[in-house]
Design a protein around this ligand. Structure first.
Ligand SMILES: *Cc1c(COP(=O)(O)O)cnc(C)c1O
Length: 399
């Protein structure tokens, strides 16, 4: 009998009961707007910011409307001006170059290695070539590069680092939480990330002026005193006349849903990693398939799983995707000619022209990707691995 998987790759867990109760309280009192509080009340959004600052060890935290909004706000808050080049990963998702383009920046793509992280040699070369003063570093699919080396390179060249931690909330490098190496860390709380409020984002920094500008940008209507996780009014005085309002606030309903999820985050991370290791153990050693070995310094969150079918012909990869799909295993491929679903690629983003990157193209053409929602059991993951191993094996043998 041929085994078939029947789980749904896009099905997340329900919101915890505590979150549902908190959401109902907000719905009943009607004070969804974060600055709509009664005397003595601290808004859910403000409490979430305080708690997320404590979780990451950051001095300041701001809740916003989406992860992409957090990225664009960070760029504006650090002072990137329209027309300036902003370095970013060739292997990332559309909201990252999109955030750069949204504020008039010019994305410059940096290559990807076989470990699925940014190519630090290419980073040095592109810094020298473009003179860019900003890097938007995407920890794409949770793969974290050697952050100590990356920061040394960027510090030496006076390049400010903004981290896209959409896939690394709860992860760390050498014990330092992801998002805490660069000047700003940005997170998403969209449904497919590590906490789920439908849409939403968080931004952390230790820099008081970046923090104050981010609050003003997000649309604070000068209610900046209502942010316990922010610097004092004297910092806002310095920047408030020069910072436009680009509304994108977090609201109390989403914050109420997120606070209990933040309390559970480390437990959820452990559950993701059990599933990730089950997948990895299950496919390791499959001929033609390369497992992405993770460095010891990296504490990752295995909310998605990638393997490489390196140097395979495109139609063979397509056949694996098709055969696995027929058995219920939904694989995404980063080598496709055209953007499909969430898998677009640097050379699809025509608003940001780029040179061909043959070394990166070779890697991208081999990346096969799957989501690991927590609604999958460990047995589910073992089954998915068996199907992947069998179908990769079958197609590889024909080659
Ligand atoms: C989801 C995502 C974002 C942005 O998140 P939104 O909340 O959807 O705007 C940024 N970067 C990466 C890599 C993502 O996957």
């Amino acid at each position: 009998m041929t085994e078939r998987f029947t789980g749904i790759f896009t099905q997340q867990e329900p919101i915890p009961d505590e979150g549902i109760e908190a959401a109902l309280r907000i719905l009943k009192n009607g004070r969804l707007h974060r600055y709509n509080v009664v005397a003595g009340e601290v808004a859910e959004a403000a409490l979430l910011e305080q708690e997320f600052a404590a979780y990451t060890g950051a001095r300041y935290c701001l809740g916003v409307a989406s992860g992409g909004y957090a990225l664009a706000t960070a760029l504006r808050a650090v002072g990137v001006k329209p027309g300036e080049p902003v370095l970013t990963n060739a292997f990332t998702l559309a909201p990252v170059p999109g955030a750069i383009a949204s504020m008039g920046g010019v994305p410059v793509f940096v290559g990807v290695t076989e470990h699925l992280v940014i190519d630090l040699e290419d980073l040095e070369a592109k810094i020298a070539l473009t003179g860019s003063k900003a890097l938007m570093l995407s920890h794409m699919r949770g793969h974290i590069c050697d952050m100590d080396r990356l920061m040394a390179i960027c510090d030496a060249a006076d390049v400010i680092v903004i981290e896209d931690c959409a896939h690394t909330m709860g992860a760390s490098w050498n014990g330092v939480p992801s998002g805490r190496h660069g000047a700003v860390g940005c997170y998403s709380t969209q449904t497919y990330k590590h906490m789920n409020s439908g849409e939403g984002g968080l931004l952390v920094t230790d820099d008081e002026e970046i923090a104050a500008r981010a609050v003003l940008l997000s649309g604070s209507y000068m209610f900046y005193h209502a942010h316990p996780a922010m610097p004092g009014p004297e910092v806002f005085e310095r920047v408030k006349y020069d910072t436009p309002n680009v509304s994108g606030r977090m609201d109390n309903l989403r914050a109420a849903i997120l606070r209990p999820q933040l309390r559970d985050l480390d437990t959820q991370v452990a559950r993701w990693n059990e599933r990730y290791r089950t997948l990895e153990d299950g496919v390791r050693g499959t001929p033609g398939l390369t497992v992405i070995e993770r460095p010891e310094e990296e504490f990752y969150v295995g909310s998605s799983f990638q393997v490489l079918l390196l140097d395979w012909a495109a139609d063979k990869v397509r056949e694996v995707v098709k055969r696995a799909g027929a058995r219920g295993v939904e694989l995404k491929w980063f080598g496709a000619e055209d953007p499909a679903g969430f898998t677009s690629r640097y050379d699809h983003w025509r608003y940001a022209p780029s040179e061909k990157m043959p070394k990166s193209d070779r890697v991208l053409a081999g990346i096969v990707d799957l989501r690991v929602p927590l609604t999958f059991s460990l047995d589910d993951c073992a089954l998915i691995a068996r199907i992947l191993r069998a179908e990769v094996g079958a197609v590889h043998q024909q080659a």
